[in-house]
Design a protein. Structure first.
Length: 384
């Protein structure tokens, strides 16, 4: 095919960039002479740099949407309307920096990359490549309340989002059909998108026992991994687990492993407690997940799909007022018996109970290996 592809990736967490890299790898395995370049902000930028990918120099100066979500998040909840408005403002500024670098590519692939998806709002004639692809696992914002300002903001955002989707040559929905609410939204998505299923990185080659021995030691016993990140929402939960690590370890008869995000200094949580370890931020979280006997995490779809791909019991704690995470917690609880828990309910008793419920059931891991290759084939056909 011999073409240049620009891949724009959302800076919200690492789920987007992990699945995007899986797609890019599949694309390069199908077309050996395709050249993939990337544009994104932190934390996706550092992830791709660590993987040896080619990034546009302008990426260093881009603002991160993650910082907007952090600003409007507190106490386990998020103000979605303000977060949407703030994200659009960051995307507008980023687009102005990216615009001069958009020429010369044969295709633009956008994993919820609002900088170019919404460029028509700020530029009547954006110089986008001739073929445009969007990858997403949501198609609509949901108003968390009847507040008229929030409702109006999200109504306008949804109308704009739908217009942006329809301007693309290929639309990929990177989740299963049950991620869509029944009714008009599901019918519209199934009609206009290719629904490929969840896309996650490949499982580590080592066995669970090998990884557990290597990462936690041969005498670690049962391991409970808390992967909460380090935003303003999750930080309080990180400290709660660290403060109660010894009693949690005793009650669960397990090693408590606290996996922190890139903005958290592990030393602020570490202490002289037995069977408790603070894991510095890593891009290889799947190795720790595979070694674990249970995962406690927020309800981001990417992390929950990683757990489901490993057959790993999971406690999911959705961000309140975050419609997508709330729905994720509900559907993963129904499908895989993940144990949902609300931030306002967190205590030693509720955590122990939720973990014991999650580990009391088992399920067949989901298959995800073909989703990235199917997406890459669809992209190849679109570019041709």
């Amino acid at each position: 095919m011999g073409c240049r592809v620009l891949f724009g990736v959302s800076s919200v967490g690492l789920g987007h960039v992990k699945r995007s890299l899986a797609i890019a790898d599949a694309l390069r395995s199908i077309e050996r002479d395709v050249k993939v370049e990337w544009v994104c902000a932190e934390p996706a930028l550092s992830f791709l740099r660590a993987k040896g990918e080619h990034l546009l120099n302008i990426a260093e100066s881009l603002g991160s949407v993650s910082s907007v979500l952090k600003k409007y998040s507190e106490g386990g909840r998020i103000d979605m309307a303000k977060a949407v408005r703030g994200s659009a403002a960051v995307a507008n500024r980023n687009y102005a920096k990216i615009k001069p670098f958009l020429k010369g590519y044969d295709a633009l692939i956008q994993d919820e990359f609002v900088e170019t998806l919404l460029s028509f709002l700020w530029d009547p004639h954006p110089p986008l490549p001739p073929k445009k692809v969007v990858i997403t696992d949501y198609v609509k914002f949901k108003a968390p309340s009847l507040n008229p300002v929030s409702w109006a903001t999200l109504f306008y955002a949804n109308r704009t989002l739908r217009k942006a989707f329809l301007q693309q040559d290929l639309r990929i929905f990177a989740d299963s059909e049950d991620a869509l609410p029944e009714g008009r939204t599901r019918r519209w998505t199934m009609g206009f998108f290719e629904v490929v299923g969840p896309i996650v990185e490949a499982s580590p080659n080592q066995t669970k026992t090998e990884l557990k021995d290597a990462l936690f030691g041969p005498s670690c016993g049962r391991v409970i991994v808390f992967s909460i990140g380090g935003t303003s929402i999750g930080r309080s939960l990180l400290h709660f687990v660290a403060d109660h690590a010894e009693v949690l370890s005793n009650r669960l008869n397990a090693t408590i492993a606290l996996m922190v995000g890139p903005r958290v200094d592990p030393s602020e949580l570490a202490g002289p407690r037995s069977r408790f370890v603070v894991l510095p931020f890593t891009y290889d979280s799947l190795r720790y997940f595979k070694a674990a006997d249970c995962l406690v995490t927020q309800a981001g779809a990417s992390t929950l799909h990683e757990a489901a791909s490993l057959g790993l019991p999971c406690v999911c704690i959705p961000v309140e007022e975050h419609w997508e995470q709330i729905r994720n917690a509900q559907r993963f609880s129904h499908r895989f018996h993940f144990s949902p828990l609300r931030y306002r309910e967190i205590s030693v008793e509720t955590l122990v109970s939720a973990i014991e419920r999650a580990t009391a059931t088992s399920y067949t891991p989901i298959g995800t290996q073909d989703s990235a290759h199917r997406t890459a084939r669809l992209i190849t056909e679109t570019i041709r």
